[in-house]
Design a protein around this ligand. Sequence first.
Ligand SMILES: NC(=O)c1ccc[n+]([C@@H]2O[C@H](COP(=O)([O-])OP(=O)(O)OC[C@H]3O[C@@H](n4cnc5c(N)ncnc54)[C@H](OP(=O)(O)O)[C@@H]3O)[C@@H](O)[C@H]2O)c1
Length: 332
Amino acid sequence: MVQRRAVVTGASSGIGAATVRLLRLRGWDVVGVARRTERLEVLAKETGASVFTADLTDQTQVDGLRDFLQKDGPIHALVNNAGGAFGLDSVEESDPDDWSRMFDVNVVAVKRVTTALLPLLRDGARESGNADIVMLTSIAGHVPYEGGGGYNASKFATHAMTGVLRLELSGEPIRVIEIAPGMVKTDEFTLKRLGGDQERADAVYAGVDNPLTAEDIADVIVLSVELAGHVNLDLVTVKPVAQAAPETATVAAEVVPSHESTATAPAGDSGPIPRRDDAGNFYSPLVRSIAEAEGVSLAELQSIEGTGSEGRVSKADILLFVESRPAGLCTW
Ligand SMILES: NC(=O)c1ccc[n+]([C@@H]2O[C@H](COP(=O)([O-])OP(=O)(O)OC[C@H]3O[C@@H](n4cnc5c(N)ncnc54)[C@H](OP(=O)(O)O)[C@@H]3O)[C@@H](O)[C@H]2O)c1
């Protein structure tokens, strides 16, 4: 039987590190790649994986990775996991440099690595019957949200690239698998997005029942590459049970409730508008803070017919409701 070898990018933390661990437990040879050598070395010692330090936004370093891998022959799976989000500002206010960083790592680096390693994946497919490219996108690659800006745009782009690649590789025994997680509680993702503010990062997961863990996503990644070679998981959306709607997932997972309203509720109301009402409807932090600022109660919010994505209530819906409210109506 062929000894299978996988390359996992973004292996120094979170989902990437968990995937390296599980693949090693399942008997794969693994090469973990990231920029932080010390963290990779600890993982190598723990798991027996090989590691390679590289900034994947730099073509010379990607070429170095290919040369390093080539010495040991084919690879059978590439997990394009390295990525990140920077900032939460609106499209209007956000820093274009943050957008460039997100496109560099979430889109262009994935293209660089895929181009560099495809010959080795083809060798792997010849040897064992098939090979796999796994793309870690996000629910943010499918549903836009306020403050998502460059992260949404970059993950939509990775999703598009995944579809193109699958079409272009059609006829070759190489599966192209997209895994789009919702809320995953990893140590660094949100922290980095918020420039290291641990308190705000913790607040994202507060009150959410059992968010996904890095290990949950690793389970799905490893399952996807271990299924029979003719079975392709084109797109797997993975959310914790606590997240019913895509919008919920993106808002809860990747938008920090920086808009979490501290506004006092209108007198007579039962308090600030909750994240979720009794009927299970989700209200994003932004929607809640706008409603509260406009003196719109939970009962009124529930009566508004949403025109936003998935029929959800948007800022425009709330403002329209307030404008059309009969004059003199007491909101409390
Ligand atoms: N956590 C979530 O809620 C969530 C949800 C949906 C999708 N995702 C996606 O899942 C993937 C992993 O997320 P995570 O939560 O595990 O995040 P994470 O812990 O921040 O891991 C990101 C990894 O990418 C590596 N990396 C970043 N820039 C790099 C570069 N230029 N070159 C090489 N490696 C680089 C980082 O290592 P170094 O800093 O050492 O280079 C790190 O190992 C990302 O693509 C993310 O967008 C996450």
